[in-house]
Write a protein that binds this ligand. Structure first.
Ligand SMILES: [Zn+2]
Length: 333
C-alpha cells in the first residue's frame, strides 16, 4: 500500500514537472502570439509631440512610452542604456524624422530588435531647408508663398549662428504647423495599422477625431489674420508655422547656452530694433539671458512654446498652440 502510494507520488511528481515544462513553453508561445496579433503592442515614441500624436491615435489599445523625458533637451539628445532596453523590448518605434532624432540610428542598432517596426511621422512631408534655402522651396506647396520671399536674402548676418541646429534633412519642426501635424497623425495611424491590423478600426477612429481637432485649430489660426506679422526668434522652430499663416520670421538669433557675450547682446538688440518687434519670444520664462536683453531693448519677453517639452498628454498640443496663437496676436497687433 505504502509502496503503491510512493509510486503514485513519484508518478504525480513527474507528471507535474512535465506539465510545468509544457506550460512554460506555452507561456512563451502566447507571449509571441499576443504581440504579433492583438492585445497591446508596446509602442515607443521619441519625444513630446510625437508621443502626444501617437498616444492620441493608439488610445487605450496600446502602451505608449516616451523615450526622451519631457524637460530634457531634445536637440543633441544622447541615448541612455535605459533607452536601448526600452527599444529592445518594443514592438513599434515612432519618430518625427527629418533628422530630429540623430541618436536613433545607433540606438536602434544597439537594441538589436529584429521585430521592431519603425514609423517615420514625417513621411511625405517636404522639408524646408534651414534659412537661406527656404525660398527655393516656397513655390511648390501652398498659398502663403507671397509673404516669404521678400526677406530671405536680406539677413544673412545670422547664418553663422546656427551651431547645434543644423539638420541635414532640413528643418524638423513640422509638428508646429497644424496642417502638417495632420499628416503626421495620418502617418502614425497608417504605421500602427500596418503593425497591429487587429486594432485598425480603433486607430482609424482615434486619428480621425484628433485630425478634426487639428483642422479646427488650423481654422483658428487662419481666422486670426497673422499675415505679415514680423517676429524674430531664438530657436529656429517656426518656419512651417510662419509659412502656413503668412508670418514673417525676420531673423533667428541663436544664443549660447550660457555666458552671453556683449556681441550676442548687441546682435539681439540690433535685430529687435531693425524689425521693431514688440516682444522677445522665448521657449521659457526662465530664460534669464533674454530677460536681461529685453530690459535693454525695452520690450517684454513672451513665450512661444515649441512643444518640445511639457505635460505628456495629447490635449497639451492644443492648449500650447492656442496659447502660441494668443501670444502672436498680442505681439503682432
Ligand atoms: Zn527645436
Amino acid at each position: 500500500m505504502v509502496k503503491k502510494l510512493l509510486k503514485q507520488r513519484r508518478y504525480l511528481f513527474t507528471l507535474l514537472a512535465f506539465l510545468a515544462s509544457i506550460s512554460l513553453i506555452n507561456i512563451s508561445l502566447t507571449n509571441v502570439a499576443s504581440r504579433a496579433q492583438s492585445g497591446a503592442p508596446k509602442i515607443v515614441a521619441t519625444f513630446l509631440p510625437i508621443y502626444m500624436f501617437t498616444r492620441a491615435v493608439a488610445g487605450e489599445e496600446a502602451q505608449v512610452e516616451i523615450l526622451i523625458p519631457p524637460g530634457v533637451e531634445v536637440h543633441d539628445y544622447q541615448a541612455t542604456p535605459g533607452n536601448v532596453r526600452t527599444v529592445a523590448q518594443a514592438d513599434v518605434l515612432v519618430m518625427n524624422g527629418l533628422g530630429m532624432e540623430e541618436f536613433l540610428e545607433r540606438l536602434v542598432a544597439n537594441a538589436g530588435n529584429w521585430r521592431l517596426k519603425e514609423i517615420d511621422a514625417s513621411t511625405g512631408i517636404e522639408p524646408l531647408k534651414d534659412d537661406e534655402d527656404d525660398h527655393e522651396d516656397d513655390h511648390d506647396h501652398d498659398d502663403h508663398d507671397d509673404h516669404d520671399d521678400d526677406h530671405d536674402d536680406d539677413h544673412d548676418d545670422h547664418d553663422d549662428d546656427h551651431d547645434g541646429h543644423d539638420h541635414a534633412e532640413g528643418n524638423p519642426h513640422v509638428w508646429l504647423d497644424p496642417v502638417l501635424a495632420q499628416q503626421q497623425v495620418a502617418n502614425i495611424r497608417d504605421g500602427l495599422i500596418a503593425a497591429d491590423p487587429v486594432n485598425a478600426q480603433t486607430y482609424r477612429d482615434n486619428a480621425e477625431a484628433y485630425i478634426l481637432r487639428l483642422q479646427k485649430l488650423d481654422r483658428e489660426f487662419e481666422g486670426s489674420q497673422l499675415g505679415g506679422c514680423r517676429f524674430i526668434t531664438f530657436h529656429d522652430a517656426y518656419p512651417y508655422l510662419a509659412k502656413r499663416y503668412g508670418l514673417q520670421q525676420m531673423a533667428v538669433v541663436e544664443l549660447p547656452e550660457d555666458n552671453l557675450t556683449p556681441r550676442d547682446v548687441q546682435r539681439v538688440i540690433a535685430a529687435a530694433r531693425e524689425f521693431q518687434v514688440k516682444a522677445l519670444l522665448s521657449d521659457s520664462v526662465e530664460d534669464r539671458r533674454l530677460q536681461q536683453i529685453a530690459k535693454q531693448v525695452g520690450v517684454p519677453v513672451k513665450i512661444l512654446d515649441p512643444i518640445e517639452s511639457g505635460p505628456a498628454d495629447p490635449q497639451y498640443y492644443f492648449q500650447a498652440m492656442r496659447q502660441n496663437l494668443q501670444t502672436l496676436e498680442t505681439v503682432c497687433r
